[in-house]
Design a protein around this ligand. Structure first.
Ligand SMILES: Nc1nc2c(ncn2[C@@H]2O[C@H](COP(=O)(O)OP(=O)(O)O)[C@@H](O)[C@H]2O)c(=O)[nH]1
Ligand SMILES: [Mg+2]
Length: 707
């Protein structure tokens, strides 16, 4: 079915794991008639959690796209996984959603997942509706959950509804916007409208007035009417709330039992009446910084927000139409790599089930198959529509591990499989590190990496073991040292001869010329791994021919790559070549390179060599109850606590931690906190290790060399 842009609603379901997002999406599909039997997470037969691994685990791991028709609207529903490990799936969905439903569990209130997701909602500026779910649960506490939500997210959080009764007797909801009570039968579904009981009238009226005021506040015209008439007509109220929601001036709160299908219809009604369509939201951003509005009359452009590969099908691309109307058979150009792509088929999606359609209009979400050379985060557009949608910015990885196949001969197969998953999953980074001599994968958490291992084994038939990743230490020096080194070899015919006089010093920006030397030439190189090598040629009187300077520098570079202490990369060193000797017959490039290596190694040892280790800035959000354990654990990881902040119910810890102490931190944190803590990390800087650690690292390296 083709609908107009103003009738499209793109809604993402967000919330802590287990709050009931997948169940709510199933209820919405059932209630709207999109499916005629309601599945459950327990039975593993929901429309959203359709992959084998999700059914096995009883949890969403991927985002999924579904849609329903509700009155005049097509509502696209994006269900997301609650685990922070799969935040990439959440961000993709947020990119294309125009409204978020933040699902809360009324038995546990605002949770860590809610906190983290709120940050993303704020960053994306997504209009947000809270849904307090599980009101039928015996431990349901709507009031406490609402109170926490207001305390945490501010006075713009405004209840539209509250349950008349909760727990086992839950069967009615008082709606302060419509000023009516909905009463459900035992099977939920369509409720009967009843008058609000007298005992609840004062409370309902007070809530209603707060909504009217919020609606009036954001529009001058409505404000005047409100002052004149003391109230607003239903139409004006709807209009005012629409504007307020779209501009994040209100965060309405609903309540429901997704499991018993009580309340989802009213939520869809609100989405239909008040949630913004793509035509109502602020213009979207383009890669070049300018903005544009959804316009179905403009030339066609689509943006791929997610790619997966399915057995027997190949690449499946999920996209949003940003302008124009997409028709089957359209020829589009990939703006990122100029590949021409033909859209052979267009589908609408209900989880696993895809139904083909002829057209999709600006603002709508859909699926296409078998694109030749187009990936997540790329724009395809019609000839002449030269626009590129601003790409999604994915979060930095939080954990790393080395991977190896049980048998070395499978390495190539493993790398190929990893790269294929990397293409689908922008939060996975695969790194073949030649200095560390390991293949390292970076991801969002242990669960994320475990899922990748599972997929590689199931889909590619390659096994993969995790191994402790080596640490990318660096080596540098702390003081000046001079060295004279002669490389001389006499064997039968031609010999080898080169003598190099070298000074090495710690390099820093703007340092004065080397004391007492005459500088003839300066080369300062940025090293691939960070830091610099400054190479000063200070030869007077031609004691070494300038033609040997590149061989000498090559020797130094070889030791910069593989440092003298532990074989780690070196950084920030100035090397000055100030004297030497040549032999008329036996001198050549090789001889000078070897002399240079010898001089550098010897000088390095006398120059106060220092190993540096990478330090990360770690931000932890956790609940009060687990704070002590987390702090204690951090102390055992050589962490420096930089700050602590209390944020309502949650504590935020800022620390600097050596990456060497972060191995498997994601699992440790999960078990320390029973899931009530999350963390992010970012590279901060390299700092010197203590002498005892330095000694240990050198000894370990020597042992390895001897092996
Ligand atoms: N009692 C009750 N349980 C619910 C409700 N909604 C979901 N659940 C249960 O809560 C668990 C997690 O639900 P799920 O939809 O997978 O949550 P998600 O992780 O947010 O997708 C499942 O066992 C559901 O059956 C509800 O409204 N009431
Ligand atoms: Mg789920």
């Amino acid at each position: 079915m083709s609908v107009e842009t103003k009738n499209i609603r793109n809604v993402v379901l967000l919330g802590h794991s287990g709050s009931g997002k997948t169940t709510l999406s199933e209820t919405m599909l059932f209630e709207s008639g999109a499916i005629n039997r309601m599945g459950s997470v327990e039975a593993g037969n929901t429309m959203s959690d359709y992959t084998n691994i999700e059914q096995e685990r009883g949890n969403s791991l991927f985002s999924s796209l579904m849609h329903v028709n509700w009155r005049d609207c097509k509502i696209n529903i994006l269900d997301t996984p609650g685990f922070d490990d799969f935040v990439g799936e959440v961000i993709c969905s947020l990119k294309v959603a125009d409204t978020a439903l933040m699902v809360l569990n009324s038995t546990s209130g605002v949770e860590v997942g809610t906190e983290i997701l709120w940050e993303y909602v704020t960053e994306f500026g997504t209009p947000t509706v809270f849904v307090i779910n599980q009101i039928d649960h015996e431990k349901s506490d709507f009031e406490a959950t609402l109170e926490q939500t207001i305390a945490r997210f501010g006075p713009k959080v405004l209840p539209i509804q509250y349950p008349y009764t909760q727990g086992a007797n839950f069967n009615s909801i008082i709606d302060a916007l419509r000023m009516v009570m909905y009463e459900f039968g035992p099977d939920g579904g369509k409720p009967v409208k009843k008058p609000i009981p007298d005992t609840e009238m004062a409370k309902a009226k007070e809530m209603h007035n707060a909504l009217v005021e919020a609606a009036a506040e954001n529009e001058e015209g409505l404000m005047e009417k409100y002052f004149d008439q003391g109230t607003l007509s239903e139409e004006d109220l709807t209009e005012g709330l629409r504007i307020a929601l779209a501009n994040q001036q209100i965060f309405p709160v609903f309540c429901c039992s997704a499991k018993q299908n009580k309340g989802s219809g009213r939520i869809m009604g609100f989405i239909n009446d008040i949630a913004p369509s793509p035509a109502d939201v602020p213009p979207y951003k383009l890669a070049n910084g300018s903005t544009k509005s959804y316009d179905s009359a403009a030339p066609t452009s689509i943006f791929i927000y997610k790619t997966i590969s399915e057995p027997q099908v190949g690449l499946v691309s999920y996209f949003k139409v940003y302008s124009g109307t997409l028709h089957t058979g359209d020829e589009l150009i990939n703006a990122n790599n100029s590949t021409a792509e033909r859209i052979n088929q267009i589908f609408e999606s209900k989880g696993k089930v895809r139904t083909s359609t002829e057209t999709l209009i600006a603002g709508d979400l859909g699926v296409t198959l078998k694109l030749k050379n187009s990936h997540t985060n790329e724009t395809l557009h019609a000839k002449g529509a030269d626009i590129v949608i601003e790409p999604i910015h994915f979060p930095e990885p939080r954990i790393r591990t080395a991977v190896v196949p049980p048998s070395k001969s499978d390495m190539e197969k493993l790398i190929k499989a990893l790269h294929q998953i990397e293409e689908e999953d922008p939060t996975l980074i695969v790194e073949q590190n030649s200095t560390l001599k390991q293949t390292i994968i970076h991801g969002q958490g242990q669960l994320h990496l475990d899922l990748i291992k599972y997929r590689i084994e199931k889909a590619f038939g390659v096994h993969m073991d995790f191994e402790r990743p080596r640490i990318p230490y660096r080596e540098t020096i702390t003081r000046v040292a001079n060295e004279v080194y002669r490389h001389k070899k006499q064997s039968g015919g031609a010999g080898q001869f080169g003598e190099v006089h070298m000074r090495i010093e710690p390099y820093y920006e703007g340092m004065p010329d080397p004391d007492g030397l005459t500088v003839r030439n300066v080369e300062i190189d940025d090293l691939d791994w960070g830091g610099k090598l400054a190479f000063y040629w200070c030869i007077v009187g031609g004691t070494i021919d300038a033609k040997y300077s590149s061989a000498i520098k090559k020797g130094i570079m070889q030791k910069m790559v593989e440092g003298p202490l532990t074989g780690s990369n070196c950084q920030d060193i100035r090397v000055s070549i100030y004297d030497g000797k040549m032999h008329p017959v036996d001198s050549n490039d090789m001889a000078f390179m070897l002399a240079s290596i010898g001089a550098f190694k010897a000088a390095f040892k006398n120059a106060g060599p220092q190993i540096l280790e990478p330090i990360y800035e770690v931000d932890i959000t956790c609940s009060d109850s687990v704070m002590g354990d987390i702090m204690g654990d951090l102390q055992s990881r050589r962490a420096l606590i930089m700050g602590m902040d209390s944020d309502g119910h949650y504590q935020k810890i800022k620390a600097r931690v050596p990456i060497a102490e972060m191995y498997q931190y994601s699992s440790t944190l999960r078990s320390l906190s029973q899931g009530k803590a999350k963390f992010t990390r970012k590279f901060a800087e390299y700092v010197p290790v203590t002498p005892d650690i330095q000694q240990r690292l050198i000894a370990e390296h020597q042992e390895e060399e001897e092996d």
